[in-house]
Design a protein around this ligand. Structure first.
Ligand code: FAD
Length: 354
């Protein structure tokens, strides 16, 4: 069996050696005294996948940019790279553009347009760390979204993923809160199609034990980017302010209210808001509950479908669930118990419980 990546070493090891070399990381502490809060967020999913297209509404050209589902942090830079040429085909160079929405998609869109010299105004009722985007862990994985299966759709998916991955890797990791982390999966983890096929993150390797004390059987390990979303979103806002982007707090009840805006081209990044604002019935929420524990510097993630553990700098995040068409955004006691129970059973007594 190949055991790659620890301290830059990649070699063939026998079982005894794997066991010795792998017990090198701590188990998390998951006692009640570590619980900080539970939160709930709604992923902006869409039947048929992303909406990236332009529509004429009254006097305005509206470029739709939404439907990022469970991976908006993963793909925002990639989808933005497709949106920018669409915007620029609707307006003159350096013409002002309005961006509707201040989650990760709106912020990244505004940043790309401002860097190309467009005066940009962001209109949103909430921005950055007040939006769903801060709820994301966020691990770099293209999950919880339909990309389609035709050759053209797969080509577009790969373009989005490549551009996003390359941009995130090019950012100052400290400033933006981005790092590369090992992700461990137990036996039987359900995985979505296409996670590794674009070749951006290495194919997982099979392992027969975890590098931390644990009572669950191990299956595989891979390495991907991890984005500390609070820091990431705050830094994007800092960048936007330094480029002179204006932030206007506004809540729109219908798209006819957009007619009073100064800009003739508007990029719609309102995610779930597009259901009422633009009458898009294809968009739907997929509910996720997370438990935040006190921060613990573990240096690895555990991933078991939507039951995951991420060591974000402000909290150890325990997930979770993916409940389509549930739009109650309050964490419920039953799900909190299920999440805590799952992770405590996973680690056994090593996590300080039982
Ligand atoms: C529990 C959970 C875990 C997740 N984990 C990950 C992960 O590990 N990795 C990953 O990549 N992604 C993850 N995601 C998905 C990610 O959070 C979303 O895909 C992303 O936040 C979508 O960003 P957005 O900017 O499109 O939407 P939002 O962040 O929802 O922003 C929408 C914006 O539009 C504004 N708006 C909406 N309607 C109106 C209106 N009528 N008037 C004015 N403003 C309006 C809002 O105020 C907000 O500013 C997770 C999501 C959840 C819920």
């Amino acid at each position: 069996m190949r055991l790659a990546g620890y301290g830059g070493v990649s070699r063939v090891l026998d079982r005894e050696c794997i066991m010795t070399s792998t017990i090198s990381r701590p188990a998390p502490q998951l006692g009640d005294d570590q619980i900080v809060r539970a939160i709930c967020g709604l992923r902006p999913c869409r039947h048929g996948g992303l909406r990236l297209e332009t529509e004429q509404l009254g006097e305005k050209r509206v470029v739709h940019h939404y439907g990022h589902g469970g991976c908006g942090v993963t793909i925002a830079f990639g989808t933005t790279s497709l949106i920018v040429p669409m915007v620029e085909s609707e307006c003159d160079a350096k013409e002002p553009v309005g961006v509707l929405g201040g989650g990760v998609v709106g912020l990244v869109t505004a940043l790309s347009l401002a860097r190309r010299g467009h005066p940009v105004t962001i209109y949103a009722d909430k921005v950055g760390t007040e939006t769903t985007s801060v709820i994301a862990g966020a691990i770099w994985l293209p999950v919880g979204i339909e990309f389609g299966t035709s050759p053209t759709e797969l080509q577009r998916r790969d373009e989005i993923l490549h551009r996003s991955f390359e941009t995130l890797k090019s950012l100052d990791p400290r400033r933006y809160g981005i790092e590369s982390l090992d992700v461990y999966e137990p036996k039987g983890t359900q995985t979505e199609e296409g996670l590794f096929s674009p070749g951006l993150i290495e194919e997982p390797e099979l392992i027969d034990s975890f590098p931390f004390p644990c009572v669950t059987a191990a299956e595989r390990r891979f390495r991907t980017l991890y984005i500390h979303t609070p820091r990431f979103l705050r830094t994007l806002i800092e960048d936007l302010r330094s480029l002179g982007v204006r932030f206007v707090t506004a809540r729109f009840g219908s798209h006819t209210e957009l007619q009073s805006l100064d800009e003739s081209v508007i990029v719609n990044c309102t995610a779930l808001g597009s259901r009422t604002l633009f009458g898009d019935d294809a968009i739907y929420p997929a509910r996720g509950v997370l438990v935040h524990m006190k921060p613990q510097d573990l240096g690895y993630c555990v991933h078991d479908g939507y039951k995951y553990m991420f060591p974000r700098e402000d909290a150890l995040i325990l997930g979770g669930c993916f409940q389509p068409d549930r739009d109650d955004d309050r964490p419920d006691d039953e799900m909190i118990r299920e999440i805590l129970g799952h992770h405590r059973r996973f680690f056994g007594s090593a996590c300080g419980v039982g």
